[in-house]
Ligand binder design. Structure first.
Ligand code: FAD
Length: 434
């Protein structure tokens, strides 16, 4: 009789809530990971940095488990079929994992739970990705917050040692099932190719946290943690990040982690977001122009606006884009070009290494002003003044748009002043009608 711990977006052995419970269950634990064919088949580009990253993170777990004379069972296929085969092969009594809040995952986990029942096994899932879940930070009247500032105030009030302390999994490593080393799964076995991404153990830099407030807005420097991909796939624990933020007194950085919880909880409490709806209904009345040639120019970083083009090229080349620039390019697409934010959301979903449905949707709805945000729609970023403020020596621009002064560089595809006035008019009319 064994217990299984199912790794998903929590690819680490340390401070892992569900793994901790599995190791304390009284049964020996066999860890598993499933490369989900349903998800992978949807990725057109077979050189996907995220798949490569997950593959490397799983390999790292394998190495750590091998050192403990254990291993991780790695499978590729449809999760339900895999689970059926696991129940045939092993005498599984308990299955452990961590909550995953995305729609597909909720349905999948519901099915696995049922299968466990049919097999006389129990299914146990735990909070791990965030500090607080959807019903833990509520207003005085018991409703979910839809604005960040009061949410974050309550979040901070509620935070105590219980919520941020780490789970000492390492004390129970003896409880991994001892097995003979299994063959590794290669990237090519799942139909993918190697990319340039390199999985390295995440580090929380004291220097970055101490200087975060002053440096976080300048895309030419590494002034932010660059931990988003680790937080996305759980190769770092959110609790540890919160502990560090408090240890170094970086309230501004702590706020970013709270934004992450906030958007996760917006998704959990307002599932209409899954159906692609604007958070504020009236904004679904906006008659988007959706010009395909302009969208293509935006995607390729050929709008003729230095900062927008630099951002899009950074994204296309690395899978990362600095937060300040994400805000500028997103605002440009929705406001300057009047292209539906869902087009931009989908493009980011394809390209971002740290793509996360809730944070991405939150960021895009923020940019289009349709989201849960107190700021009004007439906030329209001017890419040129953003450049003056945040890249005044043009270092970031020179890196990604080296031809920025050349006569061959694209002429602006839209005039800023005209575009701004057009957006204000279109938004105003649509919202008046709604
Ligand atoms: P840091 O500044 O060091 O922040 C620490 C961590 O806090 C980040 O790693 C991230 O996990 C979290 N965080 C920071 N800002 C936000 C935020 N606004 N919302 C939610 N979490 C946040 N972030 C994603 O993780 N995935 C996405 O798909 C994503 N899409 C975005 C789309 C748009 C249009 C915008 C404007 C922002 C988006 N963000 C997204 C938020 C933010 O840009 C990134 O989290 C950040 O740039 C990652 O860099 P970092 O790790 O150095 O962050």
């Amino acid at each position: 009789e064994i217990a299984i711990f199912w790794f998903r977006r929590d690819l680490r052995l340390d401070d892992n809530a569900g793994l901790y419970r599995a190791l304390k269950s009284g049964l020996k634990v066999l860890p598993i990971f499933i490369f989900d064919k349903n998800i992978l088949d949807k990725l057109e580009n077979k050189k996907d940095r995220r798949v490569d990253f997950i593959h490397q993170a799983v390999s790292s777990i394998k190495t750590q488990l091998n050192a403990l004379e254990s291993d991780i069972l790695v499978k590729y296929g449809n999760p339900m079929e895999i689970w059926n085969s696991i129940f045939k092969e092993y005498n599984v009594k308990k299955v452990y994992c961590n909550h995953d809040y995305e729609q597909y995952a909720l349905i999948r986990d519901g099915k696995v739970n049922k299968l466990c029942q049919a097999q006389n096994a129990t299914f146990h899932t735990f909070k791990d990705q965030c500090i607080f879940e959807k019903d833990e930070v509520l207003s005085a009247t018991g409703t979910p917050y839809t604005v960040f500032t009061p949410y974050s105030r309550k979040w901070k009030e509620k935070l105590n040692d219980f919520y941020k302390k780490s789970y000492p999994t390492e004390k129970y490593f003896n409880n991994f099932l001892k097995i003979v080393k299994m063959d590794a799964m290669n990237l090519t076995d799942i139909g993918f190719e190697k990319t340039e991404i390199e999985f390295q153990k995440p580090t929380l830099s004291k220097q970055i946290l101490l200087n975060y407030k002053e440096k976080r807005d300048f895309p030419a420097i590494v002034g932010t943690s660059r931990l988003s991909i680790h937080l996305r796939f759980g190769t770092i624990s959110t609790r540890k990040c919160v502990q560090y933020a408090l240890m170094f007194g970086s309230e501004t950085w702590l706020n970013e982690l709270i934004w992450r919880d906030f958007y996760m909880n917006i998704l959990a409490n307002f599932p209409q977001i899954n159906a692609g709806k604007a958070f504020k209904k009236a904004y679904d009345k906006i008659p988007w122009r959706n010009n395909e040639a302009e969208f293509k120019a935006w995607c390729e970083g050929k709008t003729g606006y230095w900062l927008v083009d630099a951002g899009m090229r950074e994204l296309n080349n690395t899978g990362f884009m600095h937060n300040r620039v994400r805000m500028v390019v997103a605002s440009f697409l929705c406001k300057h070009l009047l292209i539906d934010w869902r087009w931009g959301e989908a493009y980011f979903a394809q390209k971002l290494n740290d793509f996360d449905f809730s944070a991405n949707n939150g960021g895009w709805q923020w940019a289009s002003s349709s989201g849960c945000d107190a700021a009004p729609y007439f906030r329209i970023f001017n890419p040129e003044s953003q450049t003056l403020k945040f890249d005044k020596n043009l270092e970031y621009i020179k890196k990604w748009v080296p031809e920025y002064l050349s006569p061959t560089y694209t002429k602006p595809i839209v005039d800023h002043k005209m575009a701004r006035e057009r957006a204000l008019k279109v938004y105003k009319e649509a919202l008046n009608e709604a």
